[in-house]
Design a protein. Structure first.
Lengths: 222, 309
């Protein structure tokens, strides 16, 4: 799923500086599971804002609302009346949600409160490891189910580099060396010979390097 | 041009007739100061057969490898340009190689490169369009197939001697000879290894390399270098990925009266042992920020005078 983290409070406070009527909108899907932008987090941010403003001797009117998904027209279009009075809408969704809202309500100020991080997997509670960067041409079958493009810091297709030590990446000891994982996995599967072949240079045009992508699924078109 | 030679570089000529070669390393300046290059060449000239110029090593911005190489050629030494894949894509890499070759550069070392987080510009984007093995193949295809990476024909291919690095000490240890084989299959002509301090482990690696017949397909130069101090030895032990510095080396430095002198002696001893290992065709001396040590090491190891190509 997409994971994000809450921006520092001071940054959010700065974003809504002179505004009086604020509506915070949470998202019920990825960021709820990720515990950064769901109903609970909306309530927390709302309290933080009210308290901070009070301490400044200022007043603010904060409304709270969470919808199923901010990246779907259906759910976003339903709330038009609810945000009518807002001077600013703080979205607690990922970047996709914020932009969906901003696109459907072009006359409203829609600001983000989260920093979207990645497409990740919760290895253990609270630990979200980036797994996929959406290269557009999945070759996981060739690497024992471990993506070298995402999980190797240098996106090497013929790794490892010389900086792999004790199964860790030279960049950060908390990052596992993807190539150690790949070698171990393929060895276990008796498929290490796959790695003796040279993988040619990747065609990056299917990835974001080829430009922002629009995916068309014909069966879903109306 | 000798049909069998790929570049007719001095390095290639010496290796092809079985000489035990010596290469050294030169770090370019962090500014537009050509005198640094001039002074370092003065120190190294006559003590090595070719000299590597690093490419923004450790992701710290320095004068470019190719620019430095042009000056070095003018000063009468033979450069080995280093090219990392961290900062440039296949378009720039091929372009730079053609330019370098046109200006007389004949040796290139292909590396993936240290991650930018190590250097002084950690907020930069990285490239890594290709990795070191793909880079070797790309340059080999330019030289021998006369083709750009996209498949298009090229009229005037670069005549270069292609090198790559090998790290016998990094993990996964068992996989390293297999990775070397990949570089050989990609078309590499010569290899320079990471610094060797653990001779036993290096011998183990070379045994595997010989078993795979790789020593007959590629010239292998063992990386060596003097350690200046106990502090430096400990730092290398703990903080540098892919470096294996045995405790007995640290002990030797600790017990010595002059660590610098002992560091040089240790390097000389290692070179003497390396000379006896079958399949090793030379040494690559990396005296980081201490180029003055190179002439001393070469002389003490009995590797003077350097043979004429």
């Amino acid at each position: 799923m997409i994971v994000a983290e809450r921006k520092p409070f001071d940054e959010i406070k700065e974003i809504i500086k002179d505004k009086k009527n604020i509506t915070i909108i949470g998202c019920g899907t990825c960021v709820t599971i990720n515990q950064t932008g769901g109903e609970k987090e909306v309530a927390i941010l709302a309290s933080e804002l009210r308290i901070a403003k009070k301490l400044d001797g200022d007043s603010v009117n904060v409304k709270q609302l969470t919808i199923q998904r901010q990246c779907e027209r259906e759910f976003v279009e339903e709330i038009s009346q609810k945000i009518e009075q807002a001077d600013v809408v703080l979205s607690m969704a990922c970047g996709v949600g914020v932009q969906t809202m901003a696109g459907i309500y072009p006359d409203k100020l829609i600001f983000p409160t989260l920093n979207t991080i990645s497409m990740a997997f919760p290895d253990k509670p609270g630990f979200f490891k980036e797994m996929c960067i959406g290269c557009g041409n999945c070759v996981l079958c060739e690497y024992g189910g471990i993506c070298p493009i995402t999980r190797c810091s240098k996106s090497m297709l013929n790794g490892p580099c010389g900086g792999s030590r004790d199964g860790k990446c030279e960049v950060d000891p908390d990052i596992e060396c993807a190539w150690q994982l790949i070698v171990d996995k393929l060895k276990k599967q008796g498929r290490l010979d796959i790695l003796t072949k040279i993988k040619p240079a990747k065609d990056w045009s299917s990835s974001h390097h080829g430009g922002p992508r629009t995916l068309i699924i014909e069966e879903a078109e109306i | 041009m000798n049909k069998e030679m790929k570049s007719e570089s001095n390095l290639e000529k010496l290796l092809s007739r079985g000489e035990f070669v010596v290469t050294a390393e030169l770090g370019p300046p962090k500014g537009a100061n050509i005198n640094t290059i001039i002074n370092k060449v003065k120190i190294l000239k006559g003590f090595c057969d070719a000299v590597n110029i690093t490419d923004n090593q450790t992701s710290i911005v320095r004068m470019s490898s190719i620019a430095s190489a042009i000056k070095i050629i003018q000063l009468g030494m033979e450069p080995i340009i280093q090219m990392v894949t961290r900062d440039r894509n296949r378009i720039a890499l091929q372009s730079d190689l053609i330019g370098a070759a046109a200006l007389g550069v004949k040796n290139v070392l292909c590396l993936t490169g240290d991650h930018q987080s190590f250097g002084n510009h950690p907020s930069s984007k990285n490239v890594f369009d290709v990795d070191s093995i793909q880079l070797v193949k790309m340059f080999k295809d330019m030289r021998d197939e006369h083709k750009f990476q996209c498949g298009e024909e090229m009229k005037h291919p670069p005549e270069i001697f292609i090198g790559a690095a090998a790290n016998p000490f990094a993990d996964p240890f068992d996989f390293r000879p297999i990775r070397l084989a990949k570089k050989v299959n990609a078309g590499v002509d010569f290899i320079q290894t990471q610094l060797v301090y653990n001779i036993e482990k290096f011998k183990e690696y070379m045994k595997k390399v010989r078993e795979m017949g790789l020593h007959k397909k590629v010239y292998i130069l063992a990386g060596v270098g003097p350690i200046k101090s106990v502090g430096m030895a400990k730092y290398m032990q703990k903080n540098v990925a892919g470096m294996d510095v045995p405790d007995k080396i640290v002990e030797r430095l600790k017990k010595s009266k002059d660590a610098k002198e002992e560091g040089i002696n240790i390097c000389v001893d290692i070179i003497q042992e390396i000379k006896e290992i079958e399949g090793v065709s030379g040494v690559h001396i990396m005296a980081i920020a201490w180029e003055e040590a190179v002439p001393i090491i070469v002389e003490k190891t009995g590797l003077l005078p350097r043979p004429k190509p």
